[in-house]
Design a binder for this molecule. Structure first.
Ligand SMILES: CC(C)(COP(=O)(O)OP(=O)(O)OC[C@H]1O[C@@H](n2cnc3c(N)ncnc32)[C@H](O)[C@@H]1OP(=O)(O)O)[C@@H](O)C(=O)NCCC(=O)NCCS
Length: 387
């Protein structure tokens, strides 16, 4: 066995970031991911973000290792293709607003009757039940309602306004929960032969990231900001962002033995944050990093994301790889981040062109004839990209 999910076929009806990041993780673990797009392309092909060769740069990032078929699911013949594929797939993933897949005839109950072994992951903002179930969502919505937007703002200024988190963690975090749950459901199916329905809500997942503040609030009956006011942190604590000659470093001096070693190295009895700030202000980012690392201090240069791409440690761990796209050319993308000794994650193929594998999938998996494919193509129900 080369990869743990190499015998798993995923039918991926997802769009934008949340669903695509989940299925990309499955694809990097070896699953055959067949992305099903409308003939006009999923909404994430055109944004958000700048277009490169007429496709959003984010699309190239979020659809690694996938095949792509373009089918109009609102046409009866298009729906038939999807149902035929469900019969020979292991997992379905979708992140349409709840009810949209059911309207198409592709809800869990319908697909379970076609394939009782199917694992069906319905990803959404608020879940498949509950008062807000029908509401549309993006990362910022879940971040706002779970408290993260306020927490980010208050971390910066306890009396200030909310601030959006960067990086769409309200999509990518829940996507990892979704992938993790799908792999768990595969384990259950391996043992019992039964599929299952997986209901992943962005809001639930973002609320679960509040594990510490939830417990803190329940134990003390106060918010983190109220507790901080009552018990201010020691301002001399060796902690936080410090300015250096050419940028910034992050210091997390919650390690007594590192602080003792630092004092020894500096030949001082006492050391507070201000003292350290003065010392590192005379150093470059690299010098400060190396100096503090030498005493065992948890410390980091503060990078912009593009700088981390050339960091020697990340390079040594092969964290960035290149893929070659027939239209966009060669581009760099993060590797699967976890190193597994027996069944590694692998980044192999760039994001697909719309309909790049329609013909291949319909021929090799469903055994459709050339004539049938041509007829579907002429009527606009499918799109086949040919080189
Ligand atoms: C992201 C979101 C706001 C986008 O809204 P939207 O573009 O209006 O899409 P919806 O999910 O409401 O509906 C998808 C539509 O495309 C249609 N569609 C999808 N694939 C299709 C295909 N291959 N062929 C034909 N139609 C297709 C669906 O049938 C549906 O049509 P309808 O509006 O007539 O019911 C919404 O999908 C959503 O809230 N999803 C859940 C949360 C989420 O994942 N957010 C994104 C985070 S990155």
């Amino acid at each position: 066995m080369k990869q743990i999910l190499e015998d798993i076929r995923v039918l991926d009806f997802s769009h934008v970031w949340f669903g695509p990041y989940c299925t990309m993780m499955l694809g990097e673990l070896g699953a055959e991911v067949i992305k099903v797009e409308p003939p006009w392309g999923e909404i994430g092909r055109l944004g958000p973000g700048p277009l490169f060769k007429n496709v959003a740069s984010n699309f190239y990032a979020l659809n690694i290792n996938k095949k792509d078929i373009a089918i109009d699911l609102k046409a009866p013949e298009g729906l038939e293709i999807a149902k035929d594929l469900v019969k020979c797939s292991d997992v379905v993933v979708q992140n349409m607003v709840p009810g949209a897949m059911e309207k198409l005839g592709l809800g869990y109950d319908a697909l379970k009757s076609l394939n009782p072994r199917i694992i069906y992951a319905a990803l959404s903002g608020f879940g498949q039940y509950g008062p807000y179930r029908d509401y549309a969502s993006y990362a910022v919505i879940a971040e706002a309602m779970s408290g993260h937007t306020f927490a980010t703002g208050k971390n910066f200024n306890p009396d200030g306004p909310p601030i959006n988190m960067a990086g769409a963690l309200g999509d990518l975090g829940p996507a990892v929960f979704a992938a993790f749950s799908i792999v768990s459901a595969i384990r259950y199916r391996d043992k019992t032969g039964k599929g299952q329905m997986i209901d992943v809500s962005q809001l639930d997942c973002m609320a679960s990231f509040n594990t510490c503040v939830t417990t803190e609030y329940s134990l003390f009956g106060e918010t983190t900001a109220e507790i901080r006011k009552r018990q201010p942190r020691d301002p001399n604590r060796i902690w936080g962002i410090m300015k250096v000659k050419d940028g910034w470093i992050q210091v997390a001096g919650e390690r007594p033995k590192a602080i003792e070693k630092l004092k020894e190295k500096l030949g001082v009895q006492d050391l507070n944050r201000q003292d350290l700030e003065q010392i590192v202000a005379e150093m470059t980012r690299r010098e400060a990093f190396e100096f503090l690392v030498s005493v065992g201090m948890p410390v980091a240069p503060i990078y912009e994301a593009y700088e981390s791409m050339s960091d020697p440690h990340l390079k040594a761990r092969d964290m960035f790889v290149q893929v070659n796209h027939p239209i966009a050319g060669t581009y760099t993308t993060p590797n699967f981040p976890v190193k597994m000794s027996e069944t590694p994650g692998i980044v192999e193929n760039p994001a697909p062109i719309l309909g790049q594998h329609t013909e291949e999938v319909l021929t090799s998996i469903l055994g459709y004839s050339k004539e049938k494919i041509e007829k579907l193509e002429k009527s606009g129900i499918i799109v086949c990209h040919r080189n």
